[in-house]
Write a protein that binds this ligand. Structure first.
Ligand code: PAF
Length: 276
């Protein structure tokens, strides 16, 4: 496995990759969710490229950019174990040599609801760095987690709207045995917060079983220390909820100083399941 940090090194490393090249983009602090992305990509592609970059553009001024976990040595160990061929771990100066970019990708209307409404500028930052990393790594395939469901939808939309020749594949959320979705931010949670955070998954399950958000809101009401941001039922493209058929439940909440998100695929008036 080669580890590179500059554009010339990346160009040389990329030239040595064979077959279909898959990229998995991350901000590091890798966990079992990232491992699932890498494993799926490893199984489906000829070469596997991992990017590790904590992208300042997608953090608001009051958010956790400074304390976001940076664990490169452990990340490289996991990458090696998952058969990664090439790791690109650039500095901020390498990614944004002229300072933060003035031109950014506009996520459009889908970028201004849910996460976009609560975190203004977030999806501009995500799509801008994903677009840059697509240009720099030139993958055939790209794997993103369904845990960030709105992000996945917006990346698919960008690839479609910008005619990028990349096959974007979603990978189901990986959960702890008690249901908590794997997230790099889980490591911020104190034990009591970790317990309280289970309400996100409980609320999604309750809403899925009832086919409406009210049952999920009732779960949140039992854990007042968790501050709900949203719990919504939508169609799979995040439009208005359908009467029946495939739909998506999405939630975000503050557990102490940590903001967590989660979502679940459901079939209204049909069997419940974690479907994509
Ligand atoms: O999902 C993430 O970790 C980030 O938003 C991504 C896609 C790596 C862009 O910084």
């Amino acid at each position: 496995m080669k580890v590179v940090a500059t554009r010339p090194e990346l160009r040389a490393g990329r030239a040595g990759l064979t077959g279909d090249v898959a990229v998995v983009m991350t901000m590091g602090a890798l966990h079992a969710g990232h491992a699932a992305l890498l494993r799926r990509a490893r199984a489906e592609a000829g070469s596997l490229l991992l990017t590790v970059f904590v992208n300042p553009l997608q953090f608001g001024p009051a958010e956790d950019l400074d304390r976001y976990p940076r664990t490169l040595e452990a990340d490289l160990e996991l990458a090696r174990a998952e058969g990664v061929d090439l790791v690109f771990a650039p500095s901020r100066e390498v990614m944004y040599p002229g300072g933060d970019p003035a031109v950014r990708v506009d996520p459009g209307p889908l970028g201004s609801v849910l996460e976009g409404a609560s975190r203004p500028g977030f999806f501009h930052g995500v799509l801008t760095v994903v677009n840059k990393l697509f240009q720099l790594t030139r993958p055939d395939l790209a794997y993103f987690g369904e845990k960030d469901y709105q992000q996945l939808g917006l990346i698919r939309a960008m690839v479609r709207d910008f005619d990028l020749p990349i096959d974007v594949r979603g990978v189901p959320t990986v959960r702890e045995p008690d249901g908590l979705a794997r997230s790099s931010r889980n490591r911020y949670l104190a034990p009591a917060e970790r317990e309280a955070a289970l309400v996100l998954h409980r609320a999604l399950r309750a809403a899925a079983e009832a086919g409406s958000v009210e049952a999920g809101l009732a779960e949140y009401a039992l854990v007042p220390e968790v501050k709900l941001d949203y719990l919504v039922l939508t169609d799979p493209m995040l439009g208005p909820a359908p009467e029946h058929g495939p739909a998506r439940l999405l939630t975000a909440a503050w557990v102490g100083g940590t903001r967590l998100i989660d979502n679940l695929g459901v079939r209204l008036n049909g069997p419940v399941g974690e479907q994509s």
